[in-house]
Design a protein around this ligand. Sequence first.
Ligand SMILES: [Fe+2]
Ligand SMILES: [Fe+2]
Length: 294
Amino acid sequence: MNRAISYSETIVAREHLDFGLDSTVPKCWYDSHVYKSRYMDALQLSFPDGERYFITSVRAFRDKIVDPALLVAVRDFIRQEGQHGMAHTRYNELLKLQGQPVDALQAWFKAILDERTRRYSAEYNIALTASAEHFTAMLADALFSKVSTTQGMDPRIRNLLAWHAIEEMEHKSVAFDVMCKVAGVGYWLRIGAMLMSIKHILVISYTLTDRMLAADGYSYWRRRWLHGRNLLWVHGPRKGLFGALMPKLLSYFKPGFHPNDLPVIHNYRDWLTAYESSGDPALACEALLAAAHR
Ligand SMILES: [Fe+2]
Ligand SMILES: [Fe+2]
């Protein structure tokens, strides 16, 4: 692949933002719905270690990068992911106050990531990172392209997720470009890594959700019932959180695919303009949602 490196969106690390997260954020912050809240909490719980893993995977190739545009993009990618990790760590501290075994769950997840780093080549790790970054960019689109998905969210967490989503859009090509242009990863390794990422995302998201619900006091069978009842909310083919992403997920399997083949979220500029004029991620999120599809 000899596509020239260029980034249609500037990768900007917006640092030390205050989302007003404190212990008044309710446990059922998403639509007053325990399963939706805990499922999203499970994803958030994995972000700080996940993002450190992404940074490690990209850094492994930094000394081999000669393209100045890619070097700058990698620097800004690392800064953005570092900020995301810090913001979600603050949120995870609130989960501890709710009695969630955050340290134990993160230790379980980190052991999986450490095992990957130890066992697999740097090339396979950057391929796993690129596939996970495809997921984070898709999730950003799934959450904020239409207004209905975030209805009923606590606005503080919604603003945090919107900021994270926007920055995931900005750097969605960086790990992919390092994988293809620097690590020399070919089609089959890229696809193998995506298949492994799909399996891991399913196993990790359900395991963490299940263990959080157990900590909330739900019995084994009650948890099975909750997983079953909310299966379509996660995987429904048209309206499911991940189910609706299927066409974008399948595009990753095309030979010659590049993340820039998929446009950024249609209301990206609305968030950006509002943020640049106000410096306030809450106002920027409002602008993002005002421009979202009904
Ligand atoms: Fe991130
Ligand atoms: Fe990312």
